[in-house]
Design a protein around this ligand. Sequence first.
Ligand SMILES: Cc1ncc(COP(=O)(O)O)c(C=O)c1O
Length: 390
Amino acid sequence: MKFAQRVENLPPYLFVGISRAIAEKKAQGIDVISFGIGDPDMPTPQPDLDALIEGSKKPANHRYPESEGLPEFRESVAAYYKRRFGLTLDPGTEIINLIGAKEGIAHAALCFIDPGDISISPDPAYPVYEIGTMFAGGETHFVQLKEENGYLVDFNDIPTDVAKKAKTLWINYPNNPTGAIAPLSFFEEAVRYCKEFDIALLHDAAYTDVTYDGYVAPSVLEVDGAMDIAMEFGSLSKTANMTGWRVGMAVGNPDMVNALMRVKSNIDSGLSQANQEMGIAALDLPTEWLDNNNEVYRKRRDKVVSVLNEIGVPTVAPKGGLYIWTPIPEGYTSAEFAQKLLDEVNVVVTPGNGYGPGGEGYIRLSLTISDDLIDEGLRRLSTFSVDARS
Ligand SMILES: Cc1ncc(COP(=O)(O)O)c(C=O)c1O
């Protein structure tokens, strides 16, 4: 059978290789500790589960949902944006529900990209920005996120002829995989740049509420004029331990939101309304709940960073996101170093090049495994001796 080029062109999904390596070790009777995938280990909060149970009993929720989402869900997102960022959004035209941010991110390309069009994406980055563009027949121009630049996109690195042709620009702060955060002034620069070149600015805000040390992440929509050209993708997956329930949202310029709604209404029939009711409950969680949840990750972060530094892998503690991103010793590729950790201490980390060539020379460790597993993983890592390979 002959498959479409877009399927042939797909790289293997990053975590498939990691799962295989874990399975091989297990088959040899060896248990591995995986700092691989970012999937919260802590349970979905009880109010969300109660909302799901109640929601599942309502006959109206047994029927097709609307693609744009329940009005109550969109109103709840508007209330969140008001409370959290002081922004007033119209739930009727500026907000839609998503089946997780990933779905909206992938489908967004279909709103802006025609065959041959260019999308600008950071490198390293969450791979879906590139894949969505490829599915739409477009091409991605990568702009490298540099450590010395705080992993912020440097707009001077984008050639003017690329900017003139580009249809979309993806940004993501707090960032996966680097853990970088962006000040509002960076978002101002991004808005100015996209206006100058008439580019749709797409901000992946999946980790906006997963922050530490008192840091509060801004929304790109706080920037004056952002509503003219920007759309922001939010998610309850990481914030509220809800990866399995697939609740996300796209918010921003009404024409952009409407285009995504039209694409979605021709492809999916929206998220189960009972799950949207979970989303409402999650958006209503008290800030103390969120603070306590983030505090668990903060403690894990500090432990991981301290052990990495002790074993000779100099690592900086991120202020947001769920990942530790750290350079590996000279002389190894990311994949070789990750393999060495697996072979020598039965610990799985993600090789940085899985997020694009700009991630070569780094590994990523996720903080989403239980404290006991973290402790055992760190015990193993502390026995590891790091030598630069000549
Ligand atoms: C940067 C980023 N965006 C989006 C997502 C997907 O979020 P969701 O579970 O809402 O689809 C992830 C998940 O890992 C992510 O890391």
